[in-house]
Design a protein around this ligand. Structure first.
Ligand code: AMP
Length: 211
């Protein structure tokens, strides 16, 4: 099963994507995570990508494509994957099509997770991430800010600050949302309402992904 999760930052692609992958037994491949690891370890790619990420802009296609091509050729990704955060523009979508053609693979579906912008800004401003496993949590007043799984202290991503969030949303509407139509034309798109309880949304996603 090869699925793309499409949607603005903070819509729940990470949370829902990880759960969907556990259910389907395929890897969750998030270009944002790959890039954050590259930045953390100060690799050449990470050093080139950092300033774009800090500004809430897209990292140039050739950098992201290099990371993605390598990841998609790893053995665990050959039988399927859920892609989260890629493609982010039509040129990336074309490039993904070419990589899949080379590997002799086809996409099964594209899930567009949808939530109003106001709710996104609210969610992201309250979001904290685990430095070890990458899981994200909504911080409510008075709760200890540690990861349920690792017990690690959570941190707020640099790009989850309100001014960067607004920039990321603007970039989404300008560059990424045209992909909804792109995949609709290919007959691959399903829309899923991303408002509600995590379990409820997961149930909608499972219903939406092709059988
Ligand atoms: P995310 O975790 O998906 O919100 O991504 C965090 C940041 O990484 C984005 O704001 C971009 O700067 C960068 N990024 C992630 N995926 C891509 C991509 N497919 N193309 C370009 N930049 C990306």
């Amino acid at each position: 099963m090869r699925i793309i999760l499409l949607g603005p930052p903070g819509v729940g692609k990470g949370t829902q994507g990880v759960r969907l992958c556990e259910r389907l037994g395929i890897p969750h491949i998030a270009t944002g995570d790959l890039l954050r690891f590259a930045v953390k370890w100060q690799t050449e790619i990470g050093n080139r990508a950092k300033r774009y990420m800090d500004a809430g802009e897209l990292v140039p296609d050739e950098i992201v494509l290099e990371l993605l091509r390598t990841r998609l050729s790893q053995p665990d990704a050959l039988d399927g994957f859920v892609l989260d955060g890629f493609p982010r523009n039509p040129a990336q979508a074309d490039a993904l099509g070419e990589i899949l053609d080379e590997l002799g693979h086809k996409l099964n579906g594209v899930v567009s997770l949808e939530v109003p912008d106001d709710e996104i800004v609210e969610r992201l401003s309250a979001r904290a991430s685990c430095p070890t496993c990458g899981r994200t949590f909504t911080i409510k007043g008075g709760e200890p800010e540690v990861c349920d799984v690792d017990g690690e202290r959570l941190f707020q991503r640099d790009d989850d600050r309100p001014e960067v969030i607004r920039k990321r949303l603007q970039v989404f509407h300008q560059q990424t949302s045209p992909l909804v139509e792109y995949y609709e034309k290919q007959g691959l798109l399903v829309r899923v309402n991303g408002v509600g309880d995590v379990d409820e949304i997961q149930a909608r996603m499972l219903e939406a992904v092709p059988g």
